[in-house]
Design a protein around this ligand. Structure first.
Ligand SMILES: NC(=O)c1ccc[n+]([C@@H]2O[C@H](COP(=O)([O-])OP(=O)(O)OC[C@H]3O[C@@H](n4cnc5c(N)ncnc54)[C@H](OP(=O)(O)O)[C@@H]3O)[C@@H](O)[C@H]2O)c1
Length: 457
């Protein structure tokens, strides 16, 4: 007896869409043997079919009309892997997904930006149509984190999650930290190697990490928050000097993390650079890799590490979602909303690193300390490295300082655990002072982040 055929429609034929086509066209027989059913791409929507690698052998599969995918009577699973040239395109893409549900299809999407903006509408449409929505590739590309959180850890209570969710940022930060590059040269190199876009804003300002964090909040807690409600800091204010201080004085490393901390129904979620001990499992994840550290009630701490992007890993995640739906697995957790859809201000006390670059003159440190004292922020240490002429000249150029380079002085303070609000108040006062050449750089220090101990000393 012939195996059942499951027909699939693709919206998008870019990096990920072509990767999905490669797997489903090239590996179809092997997949059929493994699954006992045949996965068949029926239609592929793209605006430029002739340019696509599979067009010359399978021209009849391509269409320039999205409705030929979303409303095709034989297609049961729609795979949405469209890029967004402009943020305004997100609404159109969300509508394609909703149209597909209304036409009775299940949907697989890789699109964190669309889920972050229209997640509630999309999840509602899936529930109303009683169809599956899968989005494994939308967070951490090839790492099966959505399945792990949505199925593997379904009975557990996730209390904390810390993720390196953007490979571009991790590549840049690793290059600064390990090879002593400046931010600018690390970014240029990432662009040359294809890790960073020509316009890197969404990555380096933390927006891409924020969208992935929002998708995780939807999955874990049914919490649908607005993008602007997630306090988001990027990495474009960090300098090589911060990594020098982190390594040489504080035995630490800095990573851009998206993190979630939950207590009962209170959830804090943020994106920011975090300073952690150099031997922490996340501190040692280098290059363009992604990593997610999960701390839960029953399983305690575990860490997932792997490729967060690229045609192969991402297409694998998309096809694994297709397989799961085709095989009739419906177990993945559905978002069940909290009573309120609001994130909390972070109330916890944390240690902070503050880096200053000043025009040297007597009394600067005592002026800074007086602002901190006024706001009840206790200083832990004042630290200074020996700065080379080259470094001072770098800051002279960067700050447009017209005086002599040896008048430029970088130094840092660390403060004892305090709330962020009084610290920010103190900094508002400090920022008005004429000795500052750049805005102070503040990095949250989490020396006791939950960790996975992989080796015993
Ligand atoms: N690349 C990765 O490693 C990766 C990893 C995880 C998740 N994702 C997500 O996967 C999705 C696809 O990413 P990608 O890297 O494959 O993108 P891509 O290479 O830029 O391809 C985007 C596709 O979308 C189409 N497209 C873009 N804007 C459009 C518009 N306004 N109207 C109609 N079609 C439009 C393109 O059109 P044409 O075919 O007409 O040229 C192309 O087929 C995105 O949501 C992305 O965030 C990507």
């Amino acid at each position: 007896m012939a195996n059942k055929v499951v027909k699939i429609g693709l919206l998008g034929s870019g990096t990920v869409g072509n990767g999905v086509q490669d797997i489903l066209f090239q590996d179809s027989q092997e997949l059929e043997k493994k699954l006992g059913l045949r996965l068949e791409i029926e239609k592929i929507y793209t605006r430029s079919p002739q340019k696509k690698p599979w067009f010359s052998s399978l021209p009849q599969k391509f269409t320039t009309r999205p409705a030929e995918v979303t409303k095709h009577p034989e297609i049961s699973i729609v795979v949405e892997v469209l890029g967004l040239e402009r943020q305004e395109d997100a609404k159109n893409v969300a509508n394609y997904i909703i149209d597909a549900f209304r036409a009775g299809k299940a949907v697989v999407t890789a699109n964190k930006a669309v889920l972050a903006s229209y997640g509630e509408e999309i999840h509602r449409a899936a529930t109303e149509a009683n169809r599956d929505l899968r989005f494994e590739a939308s967070v951490a590309g090839g790492i099966p984190i959505i399945r792990s959180l949505g199925e593997g850890l379904l009975p557990d209570h996730i209390n904390q999650l810390y993720g390196i969710l953007n490979g571009t940022c991790n590549y840049i930060l690793s290059s600064i930290s390990n090879q002593g590059k400046t931010f600018e040269s690390a970014l240029q190199e990432a662009q040359k190697l294809g890790y960073a876009e020509t316009d890197p804003t969404a990555d380096i300002r933390g927006y891409d990490t924020r969208d992935k964090l929002i998708v995780l909040l939807q999955l874990l807690y049914g919490l649908f928050v607005k993008r602007e409600d997630v306090t988001t800091e990027g990495i474009d204010h960090l300098e090589k000097v911060d990594f020098d201080y982190a390594q040489q004085k504080l035995h630490s490393n800095v990573k851009l993390l998206g993190y979630i901390r939950r207590k009962d129904n209170d959830v804090v979620a943020r994106v920011s650079p975090i300073m952690m001990k150099s031997d922490h499992v996340l501190a040692r994840v280098d290059g363009a890799l992604n990593a997610i550290l999960v701390d839960s009630q029953y399983c305690e701490t575990m860490c997932f590490v792997g490729k967060g992007a690229g045609a192969g890993p991402t297409a694998n995640s998309v096809v694994s979602d297709v397989v799961s739906i085709a095989m009739g697995h419906h177990i993945q957790r559905r978002p069940i909303g909290f009573q309120h859809n609001k994130l909390l201000e972070e109330k916890e006390e944390n240690k902070y690193y503050i880096r200053f670059v000043v025009k040297d003159r007597p009394g600067i440190v005592s002026e800074i300390l007086s602002y901190l004292k006024e706001n009840m922020v206790n200083v832990d240490e004042v630290l200074q490295l020996r700065h080379s002429q080259e470094e001072r000249t770098y800051f002279k150029k960067k700050c447009g300082f017209t005086g002599a380079a040896d008048k430029i002085l970088p130094f840092i303070l660390t403060v004892e655990p305090c709330r962020e609000i009084p610290l920010r108040k103190a900094l508002d006062g400090i920022k008005r002072q004429d000795f500052l050449l750049t805005e102070p750089v503040v990095i949250k220090m989490l020396p006791s982040l939950p960790d996975v101990v992989t080796h015993q000393v």
